[in-house]
Design a protein around this ligand. Structure first.
Ligand SMILES: Nc1ncnc2c1ncn2[C@@H]1O[C@H](COP(=O)(O)OP(=O)(O)OP(=O)(O)O)[C@@H](O)[C@H]1O
Length: 547
């Protein structure tokens, strides 16, 4: 369109420049062209080529006819009378115009003054005619160039128009595809989540993973009690009184001494997703003192990213999955860190003294519930918890081995498209050492600790037995530990236990009893896990009641 207008104005300029000497007809062509330009402004792009072509054809036609009607007889006469010699042109005396001019020059008819005046007039008119002829020729050439330009421009415009249509069509198809994909995305996500959890629920039982601690530097490693490991089976040399014996135990998976923290965590990831879907999850580490429970759950003392344990990895994944779902879910994550020592619950995120909590169930409302927005927030809190725990450890003789520690993550999610909300909770528990202390050998604080640990672990065993037998009554209230884990051990949660054993021969008794306990846990069939989800209606009703 711009190029067309430019061509038209060029044409105008050349017409105006060349035809100054013609007459005001040319000026009216300029105003016609302005009119054309005004008309073009209202037109659709696809109408422009045809319109411009027809307007220009009209202009050219009119221009030619006007020039033709005014000058053609004279031009024709002069065209015949003009003779070109090199760059110069002369009037041919034998042509009609030439003869006329010659006659006018004839001395027999005119006096001397007249003759010289006539000569001047003749020369002047000859010059004018030649000029006019040149101008007309130039006009013809310009018109031809204009026509050619018009054709090229029209073809160019048509080509651009075709490409434009093609691209618009392609864009339309893409947009259509994207809109379809976007509308399906949420539905597919929802279906995937449901299917995923259905598969998890069908698996049913408490999952038990066994991990064998490696011999530490300086330990004599020829006498491992682990005979061999095969898939989910671990075979232990029992060193029976009458010679060597072997005993095999089956679990969901067995990790040998060389398993990395990443490998141990890899199967835990699905549970983390479940928390964000509104399920309760419990991951706990069981085993005798020094068998590697803290190593699995937290990591070694000198922690690196590579050696981080389940707690750090679980929380990192939790935030990662929450971020991936941010367009369909809005999550709030809060953390509690508790310690149960001698049946007393202590808030590890507060510097308060140990206090009893009469609360039951998953959460202990008295304990600090700290909102976190990132993995680094949690790492800071865990460091605070570990520091608070360490302070007591020096004061109370290796207390960390003698207490249960529990990191609880509460997740509240809002489904953005539907407005429904869900709650999930994850307990990450590092239990006290499970070894049986011979009560006759210890006194004082050690005896008291041992009694409490025995009581709480046997309460845990009782709860698990009742669940395994599907008893109508499950004795959750017999210890603080089972009260705390109630919602995660009952039928509505997904539970995973890491059972730890030491390979040393002098620990074989504890190893066998630990593995027997773990096999019983593995036999507990949980009911289908249930999601803690409020529909929008239920949520609104609750808000009304509270309001
Ligand atoms: N898989 C492992 N690889 C390397 N070192 C390990 C592994 N498991 C445990 N350890 C080391 O063994 C020692 C005891 O481990 P850890 O403290 O984790 O045992 P624990 O069962 O938590 O003991 P406690 O009951 O006293 O808390 C630590 O020095 C730990 O770093």
């Amino acid at each position: 369109m711009g190029s067309i207008l430019k061509i038209m104005s060029m044409n105008e300029k050349s017409q105006n420049g060349a035809c100054n000497e013609l007459d005001s007809n040319i000026t009216s062509t300029a105003s016609l062209s302005m009119l054309v330009r005004a008309v073009l402004l209202d037109k659709k792009p696809e109408e422009v080529p045809n319109l411009v072509e027809s307007v220009l054809c009209k202009v050219v036609e009119q221009f030619e006819s006007r020039i033709g009607s005014q000058f053609e007889p004279k031009i024709a006469c002069f065209r015949d009378s003009i003779v070109y010699q090199g760059n110069k042109c002369f009037v041919n005396p034998s042509s009609p115009c030439g003869k006329k001019a010659e006659q006018m020059k004839s001395p027999s008819l005119l006096n001397k003054n007249d003759i010289s005046q006539k000569n001047k007039i003749d020369e002047e008119s000859e010059r004018r005619f030649i000029n006019q002829h040149l101008i007309v020729d130039q006009q013809h050439k310009d018109i031809a160039v204009l026509k050619q330009t018009l054709l090229t421009t029209k073809a160019g415009l048509q080509f651009m128009q075709m490409k434009f249509h093609e691209e618009i069509q392609n864009l339309g198809l893409h947009i259509h595809g994207l809109a379809y994909a976007a509308s399906n995305h949420h539905r597919v996500l929802e279906e995937n989540r449901k299917l995923y959890n259905q598969v998890q629920d069908l698996k049913g039982k408490i999952k038990v993973y066994c991990r064998v601690k490696p011999f530490l530097p300086g330990q004599y490693d020829h006498l491992s009690t682990v005979d061999h490991i095969e898939e989910g089976t671990i075979c232990i040399n029992t060193l029976a009184k009458n010679g060597k014996g072997r005993k095999s135990f089956n679990f969901n998976k067995v990790f040998g001494p060389s398993a990395t923290q990443e490998e141990v965590f890899s199967d835990t990831q699905p549970l983390i997703r479940s928390v964000l879907d509104g399920y309760n999850v419990c991951i706990f580490a069981y085993g005798q003192t020094g068998s590697g429970k803290t190593f699995t759950m937290t990591g070694p003392r000198d922690l690196t990213e590579h050696s981080q344990g389940v707690n750090y990895r679980a929380l990192r994944d939790l935030f990662m999955f929450a971020e991936q779902r941010k367009y369909s879910f809005l999550y709030e994550v809060s953390v509690q860190m508790l310690e149960i020592y001698n049946e007393q619950v202590r808030d590890l995120l507060s510097s308060d003294e140990i206090r009893n909590s009469s609360q039951t169930g998953v959460s202990v409302p008295d304990a600090s519930l700290v909102r976190v927005a990132s993995t680094s927030d949690i790492i800071d809190l865990m460091n605070l918890g570990h520091r608070n725990r360490a302070v007591s450890a020096t004061a109370l003789n290796e207390r960390s081995s003698r207490s249960h520690s529990c990191l609880t993550v509460h997740v509240q999610g809002r489904d953005l498209p539907t407005g429904s909300s869900l709650r999930g909770c994850m307990h990450l528990v590092d239990l006290a050492g499970s070894e049986r202390v011979d009560k006759s050998e210890v006194t004082g604080d050690r005896l008291k600790e041992a009694q409490h640990i025995n009581r709480s672990l046997s309460a845990l065993g009782d709860v698990i037995s009742s669940l395994a037998q599907k008893s109508s009554h499950v004795p959750y209230r017999n210890s603080k530990l089972t009260q705390l884990l109630q919602d995660s051990l009952g039928g509505q949660a997904k539970t995973l236990m890491f059972v730890h054993i030491s390979p040393e021969p002098d620990a074989v008794g504890e190893t066998i009893s630990t593995l027997k306990f773990a096999e019983r846990v593995a036999s507990v069939e949980l009911g289908a896990a249930r999601m803690n989800k409020d529909s929008t209606d239920v949520k609104e009703l609750k808000e009304q009641i509270v309001g």
